[in-house]
Ligand binder design. Structure first.
Ligand SMILES: [Zn+2]
Length: 72
């Protein structure tokens, strides 16, 4: 009987500590996005995310206007 109570106590402890780790961990992972690399525009010097700009001749530009303005 003594060991049964100990087993139940340990099972309850395991259940309490295990539950927040499983649900909380999934929520945090779902909200996080992989970091996006930032580039500096070769024409105006503004910093922008890689998906917003354009690359030409090994240089990065914040917009197609600045890429054309720099002769690329
Ligand atoms: Zn620019």
């Amino acid at each position: 009987m003594k060991y049964l109570l100990l087993l139940v106590f340990l099972a309850v402890l395991w259940w309490i500590f295990r539950r927040p780790a499983v649900s909380g961990g999934n929520d945090i992972r779902a909200e996080q996005k992989p970091p996006e690399s930032m580039y500096c525009c070769a024409y105006c010097g503004v910093h922008f995310p890689a998906s917003d700009g354009e690359e030409a001749g090994g240089r990065h530009y914040c917009s197609s206007e600045h890429r054309r303005a720099s002769g690329q």
